[in-house]
Design a protein around this ligand. Structure first.
Ligand code: CO
Length: 134
């Protein structure tokens, strides 16, 4: 059902420092920081040949990243995003297997303007999973 790895998201306490580390130490191509107020994050996109890394930093009072960073002050992997062709079919299949879909189960428009859903980490080896329809 899942296809390509679309991105790995890493929450970081200092976006400029993390961006410089990916650019200068790891030699990757990094974007400017992009503010996504609707998602409560500022993001730097790191382009790799086969996927993307997203460096996430809290933006605003109700950021979904803030609690994660409070538990992981030096940052850490926040979620992985897998591509699916049909997000409603994927959701229905997942629910039928007993996997928990977060929120109300209806896809939301994600950071790439495509429908996304998040899946409970306890059902996926301790990893928050995002699925995105491409
Ligand atoms: Co994501």
């Amino acid at each position: 059902m899942i296809g390509r790895l679309n991105h790995v998201a890493i929450a970081v306490p200092d976006l400029a420092a993390a961006s410089a580390m990916y650019r200068d130490v790891l030699g990757a191509e990094v974007s400017e920081a992009v503010e996504l107020p609707a998602h409560g994050v500022s993001v730097v996109f790191v382009a790799l040949p086969n996927t993307k890394i997203e460096l996430l930093h809290p933006l605003g009072e109700k950021s979904p990243i803030a609690a994660f960073l409070a538990r992981n002050p030096s940052g850490g992997m926040h979620h992985v995003c897998y591509e699916v062709e049909d997000i409603l079919a994927a959701r229905d299949h997942l629910k039928a297997t007993g996997a928990r879909v977060l929120g109300d189960g209806e896809p939301k428009i994600g950071a790439h303007d495509k429908p996304v859903l998040f899946l409970h980490p306890k059902d996926f080896a301790g990893t928050l999973v995002e699925i995105e329809q491409v």
